[in-house]
Design a protein. Structure first.
Length: 320
């Protein structure tokens, strides 16, 4: 009888523990840049609004690889080993690191580009059963960014685009920009480079005509030298248009791109559904719907460029 009662009490205790188990979300980041911090802020804010309180009914286990790819893989394995209830990731590298360690644990991502091109999913309706999220499809905003650039520089005479000639991804992005520029009747100067040294030499030797601008496309090689591009743009008095708010904060004249805070909030809604038992397979990848125009008034003034008053009013954010 005593044995039976002891067993019954153990079962009741185990049942109660299972019922009160606090969900854990493994947050896996390649680095903590502006985009990542805003996305994470959005996730946290949305989950709080939905009734979650960290350490009371939800744990967020944050792993920041600080740009170290091997550390990213290790962090993904560690989170999977702790049996988190879901992963939250940003960008390709962190998401791919998570998919490499589990096909069972749900993964919710925030991605600036096209998750199909990035190799995360096969199509909008055919993704791994444990993977979903919010994607911005940034390349599709190329024409919009060019149209905005024409508003920013009414006398736009030419755009200079630098891209990695070794990368098929970069060449595809350039082709998209080339087609958009042709449609908008914007003359384009293409600069395909194969190394950062070649980029620096080409940009240093650039003699832009009046009314010219540098137009950035998504490209790892070029973006790795963003600071050099901003330095040269100041020296050569040439405006720059980039594709994310963080670039404008760091020195670009203008940027138009996804609002990561909003994307994070939407990812938070998805995580809530998963915590409550919804399968990621039943949650299609969502598209970002909020994009922001950021103008760097200080950077424009430094190169002697006057941003049009209507655009300053239209901008979602102005850095002064």
């Amino acid at each position: 009888m005593k044995t039976y009662l002891a067993l019954l009490l153990c079962l009741i205790a185990a049942s109660a523990q299972a019922q009160t188990r606090i969900p854990r979300i493994g947050v896996l980041l390649q680095e903590m840049g502006r985009a990542q911090s805003q996305a994470l802020k959005g996730v946290s804010a949305e989950l709080k609004q939905l009734g979650y309180k960290e350490r009371k009914n939800l744990f967020l286990d944050l792993r920041n690889a600080k740009g170290d790819r091997s550390a990213l893989q290790t962090a993904a394995k560690e989170l999977a080993a702790t049996k988190v209830d879901a992963f939250f990731t940003t960008g390709s590298r962190a998401t791919l690191a998570a998919t490499a360690v589990t096909q069972e644990i749900p993964i919710v991502f925030v991605h600036p580009g096209d998750p199909i091109t990035a190799g995360l999913i096969k199509s909008a309706v055919d993704s791994p059963r444990n993977l979903t999220g919010v994607a911005a499809y940034a390349a599709e905003t190329t024409e919009k960014r060019l149209a905005l650039l024409k508003e920013i520089i009414p006398g736009l005479t030419e755009i200079h685009i630098f891209f990695d000639a070794n990368s098929s991804f970069s060449r595809d992005n350039f082709a998209r920009a080339e087609a958009a520029a042709k449609k908008l009747a914007i003359p384009l100067a293409a600069h395909g480079v194969k190394s950062t040294d070649e980029l620096k030499t080409t940009l240093s030797n650039l003699s832009p005509q009046a009314g010219a601008a540098i137009f950035q496309i998504t490209d790892d090689l070029i973006e790795s030298e963003a600071e050099f591009i901003f330095t040269m743009s100041r020296q050569k008095k040439i405006p720059t248009m980039f594709n994310e708010e963080s670039w404008a904060i760091n020195g670009a004249t203008a940027a138009y791109g996804p609002n990561y805070l909003d994307m994070g909030r939407r990812a938070g809604k998805i995580l809530d559904l998963i915590i409550k038992g919804k399968s990621p397979a039943a949650l299609p990848v969502e598209r970002a719907t909020k994009f922001d125009l950021t103008l760097n008034y200080r950077a424009a003034k430094f190169i002697g460029f006057e941003l049009p008053a209507p655009l300053l009013k239209k901008a979602d954010k102005v850095i002064r």
